[in-house]
Design a protein around this ligand. Structure first.
Ligand code: BG6
Length: 288
């Protein structure tokens, strides 16, 4: 089923099984929560700012058409625009709930990025899974290039005890070491300091990245499967940067890890009138 929250500024998808729910703001089509059996899978900072002009610190902001700094605002404009709600659907057999969100060019986007386009973010909530499919349509009569990413913040009990698997033998750009190109030799990525890496074409090698939260006897695993999103960004700002950030704070640095499926190491070149699709499917494997 569906519920509108705070005067239509957000929509909640509710599944009949596992008390599963997802809440999505029209602002950025940002998913701000995904809960299964009262467990909060996504991190949302208690200092997150919901004011215009900023991405939400937590949940899943959509990065488009530019990852990171550049000509456009950091991480592009999709995460700070108001999207519209399109079709919604409940599958009568499975109870799976889908909602679609749209964004197209307007006066403001054309000023900074001179192309006509349409984005659709389709979100499906299943009993213990959650899917996001991003579609980009080039409505212009010329080609445009873009990068795109789903900036997913996962809750962890303690970053110091969190491990990520599935990225072994993949080259990555180490953004905290002068963008040096390195090769991942470890089975598990562990966190001991600020981490900001772009794993290139990680998904084509393996297609499955797992987050293992090992704290306090609690163990749960989250698996991320992607299609067309060929890169994974792994990010945690660590203590100092969290402390100096207005919307994170020192108390939050250990409570999340960002594992971001995207296409960022090589921009997509999309011809006039062409469509590009990419998706992630996140599954909750076990929890206690
Ligand atoms: C990550 C980048 O995707 O996002 C980091 O790799 C960046 O370099 C982080 O710091 C957060 O970005 P922002 O704009 O939301 O503060």
């Amino acid at each position: 089923e569906f519920e509108f929250v705070s005067g239509f500024s957000a929509i909640r998808l509710i599944h009949g099984t596992n008390k599963a729910s997802v809440e999505i703001l029209l602002y950025g089509a940002t998913v701000v929560s995904w809960n299964v059996n009262d467990q909060k899978i996504l991190f949302l900072s208690d200092k997150a700012s919901f004011e215009n002009g900023k991405g939400i610190r937590g949940g899943i902001p959509v990065v488009f058409p530019q990852f990171g700094p550049g000509k456009l605002p950091q991480h592009g404009f999709a995460r700070t625009k108001k999207w519209t709600l399109g079709d919604t659907n409940v599958d009568k057999q499975t109870g799976d709930v889908t909602a679609k969100f749209h964004l197209h060019d307007d006066e403001d986007t054309l000023k900074i990025w001179p192309f006509t386009f349409e984005l659709t973010l389709s979100i499906t909530l299943k009993a213990n899974k959650f899917e996001q499919k991003l579609t980009v349509i080039n409505k212009d009569d010329k080609q445009f290039d873009f990068t795109a990413l789903l900036h997913t913040y996962f809750t962890v009990s303690d970053i110091n005890k969190t491990k990520i698997s599935g990225l072994r033998n993949i080259d990555y750009i180490d953004k905290v070491d002068n963008a040096t190109l390195k090769h991942e030799t470890n089975e598990y990525i562990e966190f001991v300091s600020e981490t900001d890496r772009v794993y290139k074409n990680g998904a084509t090698n393996n297609n499955l990245v797992t987050i293992i939260d090992n704290s306090n006897q609690q163990q749960f695993e989250i698996q991320i499967k992607t299609q067309t999103f060929n890169d994974f960004v792994i990010w945690n700002p660590w203590i100092e940067k969290a402390k100096n950030s207005n919307d994170i704070g020192e108390h939050n640095y250990s409570k999340f890890v960002c594992v971001e499926a995207g296409q960022v190491s090589k921009p997509v070149e999309l011809n006039s009138k062409q469509t590009w699709n990419a998706s992630q499917e996140i599954s909750l494997i076990s929890h206690s």
